[in-house]
Structures are given as C-alpha cells and as structure tokens.
Design a protein around this ligand. Structure first.
Ligand code: FRU
Length: 493
C-alpha cells in the first residue's frame, strides 16, 4: 500500500466520527469528515451496491482527489469502507478524478478513473494532463494496473484536448465492454466519446456519441449512457450553462439527452433534452442497473458555484442525493426515491380534505428526517386559489419555502432563510404540468437537505439546507380555499 493511501486510511481511523453522530445526515452519504464531490464507481459487486466518491478527507475544501468508499444492500443504510484510491502514481499524482466500476467475469472489481498530472507550461500556466487508468480489487483493496494509463492523448479524435478528457463510465454488453468519456473539442465546447474493449483493459475509440457545439453549456463532464424504457439516454453535466427560460439554470447543470442510438455511426440521435434536477444542488449523477432491472441514479447534492459556502460547524462538506429510480414516460425522465426508503417509514400521520384558507398548521406534522406527501386540490374549479405555500425546516425566523402558483404553473423554492452564512443563490423556479390547480409534492428531509418530487416524479429538485436541525416546524398557507391531504412518515434511521 502506498504512503498516500496508508496516510488517508490512518487519518480516518483517528478522526472519522461515528455514523450516529448528530451532525451527520441519517441516510445521505457524506465523507463523514472532509470534502466529497462526484459519485464514482456506483456498481453491483458480489450482490451488494458499492459507491465510491471524490474525496479529500483532510479538509472541507476540494484538494488532491482520493476515492472514498461505502457499500449498501438497500441504498439507505451505508457501510463505510477504507479509502480505495489515493493519488500516488506519476500518472495520477495530482488526483484520481471521477470514474466508474464493474464486476469482471472472474469475480474481481474493476475501477476505471481519470488520472491527473499537473505541469507548469513555459508561459507559467498550470495545466492538468488527463488520462484514463484502471485499478482492480476485491471490494476493499484495489491495485493500480501495471500498464496504466490505458487511454491517453493518442486515443483522442482530432482536435480533442488531453487537458479535458475525463470521467469514464463503463459497462458490459454481452462479451464487450464500453466506456463513455467527456472531452473538450476544437470549438472549445464538449463531446462525449465512446470507446470499446474486449477485456476492459485495452480500449479503442468507436466515435463521438454526442457533441455540445456550444449548446447546453461548454465542457461536458461525467457522462452516463444507458437504455431505458425503449429509449437511449445520455446524462451529462455541462459547465458554463446559460439558462433557457426556466428549463436550465446558469453555471454547472445536468442535462438528459433522450433519443435513439445509431450503432453504425456510434451516434446518439437526440430527440429531447431536459434538465435532470430543477433544484440548486445536483451534479455529476451516475447510475447502475439493479439485479431486478431498475435503473438507479445517485448524484452529488451540491453545486460547484456555491460549494465555497458551508456551515463551518460541520466537519463534512458535500452529500449525495437519495438514490432515485428512473423511467422515461412520454419522452421525459421521471425519477422517484428508491422504493427501499419505504421500509424505513415509521410513525404515520395522515390528514385528508383539510380546508386551507390563510395559515394552517397540523398537529404532528413536523420533523427533519421524514418522507411526506402533500396533495392540494382547489375547492371549486371556477374560483381557484392563486398560490399555495408551505414552509418546512422552520422555527419562525428560519424556513425553506415551497410555493405553487397554478396560474403560471410554477413551483418556486426559496432557501434564503435556511441557515447559509453567505448570500448565495437561494431561489429556483420551474414549470410543472397543468393539472387544474391540483399538485402532488413528495418531500424528503434528512437534516441538511430537502428533496422534492413533483407529481410522481415528473420533476425532482434538490437543495442543501444549513438550518439547525431543531428548526422542524411545517406550515401551510394559501390566498384562497383549497383542500389539502398530508401523509407524513417519520423515517426510523
Ligand atoms: C465534476 C468534476 C469531474 C472531475 C471531478 C474532480 O464535478 O469536475 O469532471 O473528474 O469533478 O474532482
């Protein structure tokens, strides 16, 4: 084991807080201590789900990237494993960047990641050379492949930059292995390259699966490509997006390109492009296929733009989203929490047909670790309410507000008063399908986050909150009469 890996493992043995630590979310993955970003290597290995992540254990800021490691049987309760990779070879000495994993036919676990080596150019600028590397292990310990790197500048198409060549996502189809990798093209924007291999060690370029052409951001990071409900789906996280109406937002976002794959051209014929998550904190998702055939996605529940703003009293920075089951319905991506969450539903409190007009609180409807569904209907279609609002994670002074306006068909989430010590972006607004003033909102709270699923997963929106955990009140209000149903489960975790 290298010194760098040994040092990281020893550091965590000393400083990692117990998983029951009150300052940690109950079921959202964090690094426990230090900085976490992208999910990596989300895979099924020997019947368990493994998740690795971009990790800098020594600080709550990004630094030389290691791979942290956890595993689970149900996507909710995670077991922490020793750090899997450290930057300790000449080809990855400045970081083991994002990548993925799969189980080899011989029972070993293969990781493919981006090795980063920085160099100062003659003009004084630092540049990062990025190559693709492999490590193979047994689910706990991993050894880097002797012939790393396995993909270099020589494997790029004309004009592709070796300074932006990263985040391989690998999968197996029949006897062959495939990988999609993000790359910057000659026009300065991004592309997703497709590679193929017979043994997952020797790779050749098939072609360019999709190109950005300066539409939907610029550099495309963290691709994932899979078939779902008869369609071919490419997820990628663009940098430098500009907003288009309410569909995308500026900065780092994640888009879903839905279409059909042309195998002869190795090209995705795109038919529909949409944002994946309409909240503030969502990036770099990765999926796996469960043995029972579900496509499950997990993402970094954070945004690069605001990642410098943290609660200094917490020893961790960065969380994953709740894993979500994906479907394509009517050409759009649908996402809902993994069904395993329901196993942890404890005490239930239900209300039906509560008439709301003005401010309302309901006995027992409160909490910061819960799974709650709220349905709203107008009392009279000719005289609908104009807005419905709920405050969660509230103590009067602090609150996170979800507002629905049937007239404009928009939901707005406001976390201005959610405990942030800096003036960062706190508002998001997005369009939902018109349903005659009816709306269904599923809200999952886990101390420092809010995930919202609208109308059975037609939209999802994720937000980090830093409101102190004692702020647990929930209230409802509207400017006109409406009927409200609430079903709230505490989560026993
Ligand atoms: C995305 C990303 C990846 C890279 C990693 C580095 O969030 O920039 O492209 O591999 O983070 O930590």
């Amino acid at each position: 084991m290298s010194d760098a890996l040994q040092k990281a493992r020893a550091f965590l043995e000393t400083y990692l807080p117990g998983e029951a630590d009150d300052a940690l979310p109950r079921f959202h993955v964090t690094g426990g201590i230090g900085w976490l970003n992208d999910p990596n290597g989300f895979s099924v290995y020997r019947g368990e789900y493994h998740l690795f992540f971009q990790y800098h254990p020594y600080d709550t800021k990004w630094g030389p990237m290691h791979w942290g490691h956890v595993k689970t049987n149900d996507f909710i309760r995670w077991e922490r494993l020793p750090v899997a990779l450290a930057p300790d070879e000449p080809y990855d000495e400045n970081g083991c960047f994002s990548g993925s994993a799969l189980e080899l036919p011989d029972g070993r676990h293969l990781l493919m990641y981006t090795g980063v080596r920085s160099e100062r150019r003659d003009n004084g600028m630092m540049v990062n050379y990025q190559t693709q590397c492999i490590a193979i292990g047994d689910g706990v310990n991993y050894e880097k492949y002797a012939h790393n790197p396995v993909l270099t500048a020589a494997d790029l198409p004309a004009g592709g930059s070796v300074l932006d060549f990263r985040d391989p996502k690998i999968w197996q189809e029949g006897e062959r292995y495939y990988a999609v990798i993000g790359n910057r093209t000659a026009d300065g924007s991004g592309a997703i390259l497709l590679y193929e291999s017979a043994d997952a060690l020797h790779w050749t370029l098939d072609g360019t699966l999709a190109s950005c052409h300066n539409q939907y951001g610029r550099m495309w990071e963290c691709p994932d490509f899979f078939r779902l409900d008869g369609r071919d789906v490419l997820l990628t996280s663009p940098q430098e997006m500009t907003a288009i109406g309410l569909e995308f937002h500026p900065g780092n976002g994640t888009v879903c390109l839905i279409g059909s794959y042309d195998a002869a051209q190795h090209h995705l014929l795109r038919e529909n492009v949409q944002a994946v998550d309409y909240g503030i904190d969502f990036y770099a998702p990765q999926t796996l296929l469960t043995p029972d055939g579900r496509r499950v996605m997990i993402a970094w529940m954070q945004n690069w733009e605001t990642s410098g703003c943290r609660d200094e009293s917490l020893r961790f920075m960065g969380q994953m989203t709740l894993p979500r089951e994906l479907h394509i319905v009517d050409g759009r991506l649908i996402q809902n929490p993994v069904r395993e969450l329901e196993r942890y539903r404890g005490t239930c409190i239900r209300y039906r047909n509560v008439m709301v007009c003005g401010d309302t609180t309901l006995h027992g409807i409160r909490g910061r670790c819960l799974d709650m569904t709220v349905e709203v209907r107008p009392t009279n279609e000719n005289n609908p309410y104009r807005w419905f609002r709920m405050n969660v994670a509230s103590d009067g002074e602090r609150r996170t507000t979800i507002r629905y306006k049937p007239e404009t068909g928009t939901i707005r989430v406001d976390r201005t008063h959610s405990g942030f010590p800096h003036d960062i972006v706190s508002l998001r607004e997005f369009l939902v399908r018109f349903r005659h003033g009816s709306i269904k909102l599923r809200i999952v709270l886990d101390r420092y986050s809010l995930e919202l699923f609208v109308n059975d997963g037609e939209q999802a929106a994720s937000f980090v909150l830093y409101t102190p955990a004692e702020a647990a009140s929930i209230s409802f209000s509207s400017d006109g009469a409406l009927f409200l149903d609430v079903e709230k489960y505490d989560l026993d975790l």
